[in-house]
Structure formats: C-alpha cells, structure tokens
Design a protein around this ligand. Structure first.
Ligand code: PHE
Length: 453
C-alpha cells in the first residue's frame, strides 16, 4: 500500500487548526445554516444544533482526525491500514468519498453565486434596489444559464489550482489569511441588522425556542446541518488528519474548530434574521435566503457598496477553503486508486465534478422541470447528502473506531502516546461506542419515518 503523503503535512498546530477550521467555516455557516434554521422554525432548532455540535460533532471530529493521523492515509485506505483483516470497513471510506463528491457538486453552484455577487456589488448592481428588486435580481441570475456556470467554473478552477499546489503551499497558507477579517465584518453586519427597525422579531425567532415546532425531520436536519458545517461524516477530516503533526492535541484542536464554526454560524443568524423580519421577508424562503436578504442590509448602511464587496470576497474565500478540503479528499484517493500524479488526479476529478456541478446549476433554470422526490437536482443532492448520507457515514466512522479498532490504540492516538492528559477519554469513548451510534441511528429513523416530537 503506497501512502498518499507524497508531500509534507501541516507545519504547525495553528496551520492545522486554520486548515480544518477553513474546511468547516464556509457557505455551510453563512448560506446553509440560516436557511435551514429558517425552514425549521428558529430557536429550538438552534439549541438542538448546538447540542449536536458539541455532544456528537466534537467526538466524531476527534475520531476522524485520529484515524487520519494514525494511518497517514486517504479516507479509504485509512480503514485498510488500521484494520487490514477487515476489508469491508473500506466501504465507509468509499461512502465518504461519494458523499464528498456529491456535496461539492451542489456546493459549487453556491460558490458561483457568491463570486457573481462580488462582481455585481463591485458594479453597484444591487445598490439602491428595493427588497422586491433584489429578489428579482437573484431569481433572474440563478435561473439563467451562462453566468452562473461561468462563475461556477472559475471557482472550480481556482480550487483545483490550490489543490495542485499541495498542502503546505496551497491549503495552509490560504487558510490562515483573512479569516479574522471575516469575523470582524460579520460583527459589523450583526450590529447593522440588529439596529434596523423591526429587528426584534428576528431576535425572537432565533433565540426564543418554541419546541412545538420540532419534528423528527427537523431534528434530523439539525443533526445533518451540524455535520455538514463541521465537515464531518465523510472522511475529509481523515485526510486532513493525515497531515496533522504528531504532537498536536486533537481534543483541543477539535473543540477550537467546533467553537469557531458555531460562533460564525450564530453570528450569521444574528446578521440575517433581524433583517429578514425588518424587510418583511419569509425566513423559510430556502437556499436563496442569504442572497436576497443581505443586499438589503448593505443598502441600508453608509458605505454599503464597499461593505458588500468586502463581504462577498471574504465569503468566497471562506467557501474556497471548504471546496479545497473537499477536492483534496477526493483527489488523494483518486491518486492512489488510479496510481496517477496529483495534477492528473486534480484534472480528472475536477472534470467529473464539472459535469455534476453544471447539472446542479442548470436545475435552477433549463432543467428545473426535473424533480426527484419533489426536489430539483440541486435540492435533492443538498437534502440527500446532508440529511442522510452524512449521519450514515458518521455511524460508520465511530462504529469502526470503537468496535473494530483496539481501545488502547485509540487512547494512544488521542493522548499522543500518553504525553497528553486525556481526562475526557472515558466520556469520549462512551460516546463513540454507544451514545453516538444509537443517537445517530435514532435521529435518522425518526427523520425518515416522520416522527412528531
Ligand atoms: N463545512 C463546510 C461549510 O460549512 C462544507 C463542507 C462540507 C466542507 C463537507 C467539507 C466537507 O461550508
């Protein structure tokens, strides 16, 4: 078995955190989180989401990083190297690669929208418009054919270039830049949104839990969103784990990433919901929510155009560090499976992703008549992967580590061979052995069978 590490790993703990946080923080926080909260009734969903992130998300993240660092392999052969007698576990890795591929396909559509909004705000194309006109601009653009594909392709090529450069030069460096600026800008947006007339209805919506709004399906959405946002359940963090240094503390690293990710998601909720209500829009308007709401917030600010440009640039960068991680995970596997060079693998993978990605874009316009389970191609993939495939993948990962791999080895990996105190280990192991598989399976079943809470 050849290793995928024909390149050096991350050079510092900060680099590892920046890269993994870069993977986690992306459109999932600023685009997907608000519209999912909006569709699922607000506050109660938010609380559940946070509980899932810390009770299940952090242990799953630690498990993925541990599998990656221990095996120093891509997401598929990691399972083979850690359990050579039990080849069946490699299926968990394949499942993850497939999920990643499908996620990238629809995610790239939204990266294209984001890039278009950079250009549009530079040209002042959203300035001075009424909320209705802003919504119309989005509808016209997303349903057209040329421009959404044009920007999508540019974004995919950008991602491919960074992945060709490799882990240290490409991923680590680009992840460290500009993230703090995104924090600051989000804060400014929150302040503006909160001071709009009528904002308090949005604050209420987000922070006033109404548990009667929860159904089996919304609990499952909260779980899926938590996993999507943390980039877990598919092996992307197994791949990144293989680049993490031996001396890093995986527990601390995971807690920091999960906290930063949740903080950004909550900030984006605070930036968006007060504005949704202030402008008389519906929180449940689906994937277009952010692109229809934020331009109105910018329009109500002094210097809004500049703000809009900077915001969409930063959002593009956040999205880029996420697409990089997805592409990297697929690319290192293809490299090994086909025994090809990194650059060849990047070209092949990106070529295949272009096909599925463009289909997703077209599903807003010319292909909108194609419906799968009452959803467009885009909506179907979004729902299928985040809601079902991620939790299933996560079950595979934790069951593997807790049931098919020796406990002592798991302890060694997390405690860096006993060098670190790991007082949390008992609780962690209990969670991955019993709590996580049972909870994940229960939530999946409740969601599938539409249980009323
Ligand atoms: N977590 C990323 C985001 O929030 C998306 C992502 C999902 C990245 C899965 C990698 C793997 O935008």
């Amino acid at each position: 078995m050849t290793t995928n590490n024909n390149q050096a790993g991350f050079t510092s703990n900060f680099g590892a955190i920046a890269a993994a946080a870069g993977s986690a923080i992306g459109l999932g926080n600023i685009w997907r989180f608000p519209y999912t909260v909006g569709e699922n009734g607000g506050g109660a969903f938010l609380l559940l989401y946070i509980a899932f992130v810390f009770l299940l998300g952090v242990p799953i993240m630690m498990s993925e990083l541990a599998i990656g660092r221990r095996s120093k392999q891509n997401a598929v052969s990691a399972f083979h190297v850690l359990a050579p007698q039990k080849r069946g576990w490699m299926f968990v890795g394949f499942w993850g690669i497939l999920t990643t591929f499908l996620i990238y396909s629809f995610y790239s559509v939204v990266t294209g929208w984001t890039l278009d909004y950079v250009v549009m705000s530079c040209q002042g194309g959203l300035a001075g418009k009424t909320p209705e006109q802003v919504s119309q601009v989005f509808a016209d653009f997303s349903q057209s054919t040329f421009w959404p594909i044009f920007y999508q392709v540019i974004f995919m090529v950008l991602t491919a270039l960074v992945v060709i450069l490799g882990v240290q030069k490409g991923i680590e460096k680009s992840s460290k830049i500009l993230m703090p600026l995104l924090f600051v800008l989000m804060l400014a947006l929150c302040v503006r949104s909160l001071t709009l007339p009528g904002a308090s209805a949005g604050v209420d919506f987000l922070f006033h839990p109404d548990f009667s709004k929860l159904t089996g399906a919304s609990v499952l959405s909260a779980l899926g969103q938590a996993m999507f946002s943390l980039s877990i359940g598919l092996g992307v963090l197994i791949t990144y784990g293989s680049y993490v240094r031996k001396e890093d503390n995986l527990f601390k690293t995971s807690v920091i990433i999960a906290s930063a990710d949740t903080f950004i998601a909550v900030l984006s909720g605070i930036a968006i919901f007060p504005a949704v209500f202030a402008f008389g829009m519906s929180p449940a308007s689906g994937p277009s929510l952010v692109y229809e709401v934020l331009p109105n917030v910018f329009n109500s600010m002094a210097g809004g155009t500049v703000f809009a440009v900077v915001f969409f640039v930063l959002l593009s960068i956040a999205a880029l560090t996420s697409t990089i991680s997805m592409l990297e995970a697929v690319v290192v596997w293809v490299m090994q499976a086909l025994n090809v060079k990194r650059i060849t693998s990047v070209c092949l993978t990106t070529g295949a992703l272009l096909v599925t990605g463009i289909l997703c874009t077209l599903s807003f316009g010319p292909l909108s008549h194609i419906q799968i389970a009452n959803l467009s191609i885009f909506g179907f993939l979004d729902h299928l992967t985040a809601t079902y495939m991620l939790p299933l993948g996560a079950i595979g990962i934790v069951v593997f580590l807790a049931w098919a791999y020796p406990k002592a080895q798991v302890y060694n990996e997390l405690s860096n061979d006993g060098k670190l105190k790991a007082g949390y280990f008992k609780a962690y192991y209990f969670i991955i052995k019993y709590v996580a598989p049972i909870a994940l399976a229960a939530v999946l079943l409740a969601g599938i069978f539409g249980v009323q809470m």
